[in-house]
Structures are given as C-alpha cells and as structure tokens.
Design a binder for this molecule. Structure first.
Ligand SMILES: NC(=O)c1ccc[n+]([C@@H]2O[C@H](COP(=O)([O-])OP(=O)(O)OC[C@H]3O[C@@H](n4cnc5c(N)ncnc54)[C@H](OP(=O)(O)O)[C@@H]3O)[C@@H](O)[C@H]2O)c1
Length: 306
C-alpha cells in the first residue's frame, strides 16, 4: 500500500462525500488486501469501509445529513483509507457529539457484527449467558458492551492480561484466558455444568468443535470469525438441540442494517456503547496497521488518521 494524490471526489445524486478524520482497520481489510478473501477488488483500489468525519458535500436528494454533520460510515463506494470517502446515502450515519472521530471509525464493522450476531442471528435475550470467545478485539469489546447493557451474563476470553482487564472493565462478569488448557472447564464450572446459551465465536477454526460441548440445551453458536477448517462432532449439536449460525455482515439486508445502526446510535448516545481505540496511526502507516491487526494481544481498535 502507498499514498497517492487523487482528484477531489464529487457526489452524484443520492451520494455523500465525507471528509475523513479517522478510518478503522479491520482484519477483513487485511484479508482483501492480501488476496485471501473471496471478494477481490480490481487493482489499484483504496482499502477500508469504516470511517468517521464530517459531511463535505451532498448530492441531489440527500436529506438525512447536511454539510457539516458529524458522521460514521458503514461502507464506502471507493475506500475509507483516504482524506475523502464517497458514500451511498444508506452508508452514512450521524455520530453523536460525545463520540470522538477515532471512536466513530471503530463503530461500523465491529459493532454491527456484534449486534447482528447477538440479536439478528442468535436472538439472544436478557437473562441468557453469553460466551464472547475472543472478547478483547473490536468485535469482542462491542459484544461485551451490548450483552452487558441488555442484562445478559457475560463470560469473555482473552489471550493477554491487559486484554482480559479491558474486557472486564467493559462489562464482562468473568474473563478467562484462552491460552490456558483448562479454560473451557471453567466455562462449565461458571454455569454449574449447564453450559452457555449463546457463543459469539471469533476463531471458529480453533474452537467450534469444543464450543458445541459448552452449549446449554437450545444453545446457539454464531461463527463470526474463522481462519481455516475444523472438525466437529454433529452429535454434540444433536444432544443439545443446538444451532450453528454463520454470519457475514455483507449479507445483511438493508432494512436490518438500518435497524442495527438505529440501535447502535442509541447506544452511543446513552453511553452504553463506548468504542475503545488502542492506537491511532498516521494514514501513511496503513501497512504497519495491517501487520499489527493480525498480532495476538488485541486491545480494541487500530485507527488511521489522514
Ligand atoms: N462475519 C463478519 O461479518 C465479521 C465482521 C467483523 C469481524 N469478523 C471477523 O471476526 C474476527 C474478530 O474480529 P475483530 O475485529 O474483533 O478482530 P481483532 O480486533 O483482531 O480481535 C481478534 C480477537 O480474536 C481473539 N482470539 C485470538 N485467539 C483466540 C482463540 N484461540 N479463541 C478465541 N479468540 C481468540 C483475540 O484475542 P487475543 O488477541 O486477546 O488473544 C481477539 O479478541 C476476525 O476474524 C474478523 O475477520 C467477521
């Protein structure tokens, strides 16, 4: 990746140009850039979907935001790792005052994924026990905050002491070390052997087989992240009437996406959702950010500042 000067962007009807103040770095940006993802953009391209900034210009027919509105994006037409991002009408959402631009760049992919997994896929309800398997990164912290605010019992996992402390500060009732051999026994012990109702899984290729043995009767596991293949025993699902649910944010129908962003904005406004920014890097360091996002020891989000 390298920086290039390009012409200013101009919105067509129903489009918005955002002056980017911060862009979020997600693992999927790395998969796409390295060519390992199913979607391969035509080259050259500008990476990134998540930005926060100020509306700079609007095309004909845009009424829900005006020039000067603080916004975050849920996708762009031509990339978010830039000084300007061109967006469709539905990709621009107002950013509450108390949320910084760097935090705003940490909203879309992590929070929308966590929300969709928890509510639109697992249909989790207050009072249930949720295991956030990988609670220290962008999606995990979002899931912990969402589940805790809704009155669920939250068990998180993390690989570093610093990350586990963060998950605990963000609302997890218990945080376990997914680097220790017996931590899954502790999940069962914490639920008196009953198991958990919902698992939000960040690394299914490592954990899915064992996740099925942690579920309570009627339990659901949502596969959010996976980096390879895994063997499962289907009988573990049978015995529990359990469901394995896939989730890809890109598949979200427009109405459900609108519902997700309405809920996220409400949570940002009322203070239950507080994106955690681990590091701000200059836009010119995007390559370094792509290496950093794949390292263990997650601690919220990395954002790029143009
Ligand atoms: N399906 C979708 O639409 C969608 C949307 C967003 C993200 N994702 C995927 O979901 C995953 C998480 O995204 P993210 O943005 O949160 O990434 P991230 O910020 O890099 O965090 C990665 C998380 O995975 C955890 N992890 C590492 N080893 C683990 C293990 N053995 N068991 C459980 N968790 C483990 C990390 O914990 P430690 O670093 O503390 O060990 C960290 O909490 C990625 O694979 C991403 O591509 C998918």
């Amino acid at each position: 990746m390298r920086l290039e000067e390009v012409s200013d962007l101009k919105p067509s009807p129903k489009q918005v140009v955002v002056r980017v103040k911060a862009a979020g770095v997600n693992p999927v940006d790395m998969y796409i850039r390295s060519g390992t993802y199913s979607r391969k953009p035509a080259l050259p391209y500008t990476p990134g979907t998540d930005a926060a900034g100020v509306v700079e210009s609007v095309g004909e027919g845009i009424t829900h935001v005006a020039v000067g509105t603080r916004v975050y994006t849920s996708g762009t037409i031509n990339g978010a790792y830039a000084e300007q991002a061109l967006c469709e009408e539905s990709q621009v959402h107002s950013l509450p005052r108390q949320i910084s631009y760097s935090q705003g760049a940490a909203v879309n992919t992590p929070y929308a994924a966590a929300y969709r997994a928890l509510y639109q896929r697992a249909h989790a309800v207050s009072g249930e026990t949720v295991l956030v398997h990988g609670a220290t990164g962008g999606v995990g912290i979002a899931a912990v905050q969402l589940a805790r605010a809704a009155g669920m019992r939250v068990i998180g996992t993390g690989g570093s002491a610093r990350g586990r402390d963060l998950a605990s500060q963000q609302g997890a009732h218990h945080v376990l070390d997914h680097g220790t051999p017996d931590y899954l026994d502790q999940v069962l012990a914490l639920t008196e052997g009953r198991g958990v109702d919902v698992i939000l899984e960040m690394l299914a290729n490592v954990n899915l087989g064992r996740d099925l043995r942690l579920l309570a009767l009627g339990g659901r596991v949502v596969v959010i992240g996976s980096r390879g293949r895994v063997e499962i025993d289907p009988r573990d699902a049978m015995n529990r009437d359990a469901a394995i649910l896939g989730m890809l944010l890109l598949n979200t129908p427009e109405r459900e996406a609108a519902s997700i962003h309405a809920a996220l904005i409400a949570g940002l406004e009322n203070g239950t959702l507080r994106p955690v920014v681990r590091e701000e890097m200059p836009l010119a360091d995007a390559a370094r950010a792509h290496h950093a996002v794949m390292q263990p020891g997650a601690y919220g989000k990395i954002v790029l500042i143009p």
